[in-house]
Design a protein around this ligand. Sequence first.
Ligand SMILES: Nc1ncnc2c1ncn2[C@@H]1O[C@H](COP(=O)(O)OP(=O)(O)O)[C@@H](O)[C@H]1O
Ligand SMILES: [Mg+2]
Length: 494
Amino acid sequence: MTAIGTVVATSNSPSLDNIELILDRYDEPKIERGQFVTIPKNNNQVILGVVTGIKKYNAYYETLDSSVHEIASRNYEAIFPTQEWESTSAEVKPLGEIDLKKSKISRLKFPVSPGSKIFVASPSVVSKFLGLDEDGIYWGNIPSNNVKIKINLSRLLRKHLAILAISGAGKSYATSILLEEIHKNGKLGVLVIDPHGEYSNSIPGIAEDENIEVIKGSFISIGVPELSAWEISEFIPDISVVQTRVLDNIISYMREKNGNLYGLQDIIQRLEDSETVNTRTKEALIGWLYSLQRTYLFSTETSPNLLSLFQPGKIVILDLSDIQNLRSRRIIVSHILKRLYYLRMHDKIPPSLFVIEEAHQFCPQTFRSISKRIIETIAREGRKFYASLCLISQRPVNLSVTALSQCNTNLILRIRNPYDQDFIGKTSEAIDRSTLKMIPDLEIGEALLVGEAINYPTFFRIRSRTFYNKGIPPTLEEMAEKFKINWGIKHNQT
Ligand SMILES: Nc1ncnc2c1ncn2[C@@H]1O[C@H](COP(=O)(O)OP(=O)(O)O)[C@@H](O)[C@H]1O
Ligand SMILES: [Mg+2]
C-alpha cells in the first residue's frame, strides 16, 4: 500500500483534534472530503481519521507583488514552471486509535508525529470503526474507501429513523433501497404512507410480487361500528367533552339496537330523532358528522382487513395520490396507524416499520393535525412494542419536535435552507461544525448517516436500485405513448 501524504507541522497541527498533511506531490490526489484515512502507529495499532478539508497552495502566488500577476497574465508559465510550486494539503480530524488485534477502539491520547505517513483506510478498519454489519441492510458505499455501508437492521430500527432533505435530494430513492433490503430480509411488516403514489409507480413487476401490496386511498373505508365516540371525536377537533358524551350515548344505543351494522347516516338519523339532546348540541354534532360523511371514507365495515394484510415480509403501500383533501388523508393515516399499532401491541402482526412520507403534513409541529397524536404516541412508546417509524420530510423545522426527537438515527441528504440546517445542527449532537458545513454541498444520492445505527456520522453514496427500476422518470413522449396504448386497450382500439 502506498502512502497518500505526510503529516506536516503547522501552528495548529498535529494536535489531538487536527492533523494537516501534504499530499504526495506528483500523484493525482486520491483524497476526498469524508474519506477515512489511517496513520500506522505500530504493527497492531492505527490511528483513524476523516478528511474534513482539502486546500491547494502555491508559494509563488502568495505575494501581492504585481510582477507575479504580470507573469501569470503573459503566460510565462511555458518558460517558468510556476506549477512546480503547487501542492495540495488536507485537514484530517483524528477519530481514535484502533487496536487491530483486539478490535478495540480508543480515544487518541497523544498527537501523531510530524512526518508520519498517511494511508487510505482499509475497508475492514472502517467497517470495524463504524460498527457495520456484514449481514445488515446494504444501503450504499463509501467509494473512496471501497466500503459497503451495511447497517444492522435491529440497530437501525430499534428506535426510529428520520430521512431529511430538500425535495429532489433522493429521500424516496434512499427509502426504496431500505424497502428493497427489508423485502429481502422478509420478516418485518411494513406500511408505506405514500401521498404522491411514487412507490407504487416506481416498482416494475409489482403486480406479480405477492409480498408487495398497493392499496389506493379511495379503496379504504373506515368501519363506523369499530369506532368509539372518543375515536370519532378525534376527527372533530372542536368537539367538547360534553358533546362527545352525547355521541357516546347515541353509539351505545346503536350498538344495542343494530349490533355491528350502522354507519354515520344512522347516527345522524338517531340524533335528529332524539328528543333528549338539546338543539345546539344536536345541530353541532349533526353538522360535524355530515362533514365527515362527505369525505366518503366511512362505511359500515372497515376494508381492507389490516390483520390479514399485514403478514411477515409484506410491504403494504398506502397510495394516497387519489385523495386530494388533506383532512381526508390525515383521517386515513390516523385510523390505519391506530389499528396497526393496536394489532402490534397485541402481537397480532409482526414487528413493523411505518414509513411516513411528507411526515410534516401528518405530524406537524405548529398546526393541528388529526394524525399527529398517534404518530407522536408511536414515536414515544413504539419501541416497547417493536413498532418503528421512518419519518421522511423536506421541512424538518415544521415536523413535530416530539416525534423527531425520538428518531435516534437520521439520514440527511442535501439541505439548503439555513433554518433547516441550523435545526439539524441543534437536534443532532453528533454533528459537528465541519460535518454540518458539508450538508449543502451534497449531490443527489449522497447522504450523511448519523445516530444510533452507526458509531460515527458518515457520508456515503446511496447504492443503485436493483429490484426497483433505475428511477429515471419517463420522458413526456414515453408517457404519452404509454397513455395512448392504455387508452387504446380501454377503447378496444389497437
Ligand atoms: N442514489 C440515487 N441514485 C440515482 N438516482 C437517484 C438517487 N437518488 C435520487 N435519484 C434520482 O433523483 C430524483 C429525485 O429523487 P427522489 O428520491 O424522488 O427525491 P426526494 O424524495 O428527496 O424528493 C429521482 O429522479 C431519482 O431517481
Ligand atoms: Mg420523495
